[in-house]
Design a protein around this ligand. Structure first.
Ligand code: COA
Length: 250
């Protein structure tokens, strides 16, 4: 298990922590792989009742590592680990709670669409700059965001690339609660333990009813994945990735 992903158990709660502070928790292929494995193992373990996602102070995640995107853009391999993680996340058999502080870009935002409860701090900004990167939405966000937020707020996030403050995200229905930084992890763990104390069968049936059939979501995720892979090789994406790589030079 990579130290960039720290998986810990606190009784019935499995905590998956993204831990790459020097890169604002940009996610590499190995990190996705470690998170997917934790979800699959936690789902298979009857002692685990809830998954929790956390980041580090000031950074939940800056999204996919753009060097990995660049590798695909220039003809390399990539994408399988992300896909396996997204499948494990969208298909999670157990409730998922997240605690978001600070930076939440790309998958740092869309991961939360698959959570049952998301807590965020006042300094958090949710951002999905897929279009600005010459890409398309992922993680089912092109389906889930319009459903959660309505078409226009979803367009503001996905089309315009507007940042949503935690307060705006809560008002829009994207997250559950806003709590101060020092209260974030206690609030997340309290909620996770409350969930873990519920009758598990009744909770699972209720959650499955709320989620509804997963086929439409999976079908959209496949569509997004195929377009995303194509777009990574586009001139628009290459130009945006080069601009990011060059931004501190000269
Ligand atoms: N991929 C790879 N490296 C990343 C990264 C990413 N997604 N996000 C941040 N980093 C790296 C930076 O290159 C920098 O590395 P360096 O210290 O070796 O130069 C380090 O993390 C710190 O980032 P920095 O940009 O200096 O911090 P900041 O607080 O000024 O800005 C962000 C933070 C997240 C706003 C900015 O880094 C950013 O826009 N990142 C790209 C986000 C993105 O587009 N993600 C993909 C979404 S699909």
């Amino acid at each position: 298990m990579s130290e960039l992903i720290v998986v810990e158990r606190s009784g019935p709660v499995q905590v998956i922590r993204m831990n790459r502070p020097d890169k604002k928790n940009a996610l590499t292929r190995a990190m996705y792989q470690a998170m997917a494995a934790a979800l699959v193992e936690g789902d298979a373990d009857a002692a685990i009742r809830v998954h929790v996602f956390l980041g580090v102070s000031g950074a939940f995640s800056a999204g996919n590592d753009l060097n990995d995107f660049m590798a695909v853009a220039t003809g390399g391999e990539g994408g399988l680990e992300v896909w396996n993680f997204l499948l494990a996340l969208a298909g999670s058999q157990k409730p998922v709670v997240s605690g978001v502080d600070g930076i939440a870009v790309g998958i740092g935002t869309t991961l939360n669409l698959h959570c049952d409860l998301t807590f965020a701090t006042p300094r958090t900004v949710f951002r999905t700059p897929f279009v600005d990167l010459g890409l398309v939405p992922e993680a089912g966000s092109s389906l889930l965001l319009p459903a959660f937020l309505g078409r226009q707020q979803a367009f503001a996030l996905l089309g315009l690339g507007e940042g949503f403050s935690a307060e705006r995200a809560k008002e829009a229905g994207l997250i559950y609660a806003v709590v101060e930084e020092d209260k974030l992890e206690p609030a997340v763990m309290e909620a996770a333990n409350l969930i873990a104390a519920k009758p598990p069968e009744a909770l699972k049936l209720s959650r499955d009813l709320m989620l509804g059939p997963r086929e439409p979501l999976l079908a959209r995720m496949c569509e997004e994945r195929d377009l995303f892979q194509q777009r990574l090789k586009s001139d628009e994406a290459r130009a945006a990735l080069i601009a990011f790589m060059m931004r501190k030079k000269g």
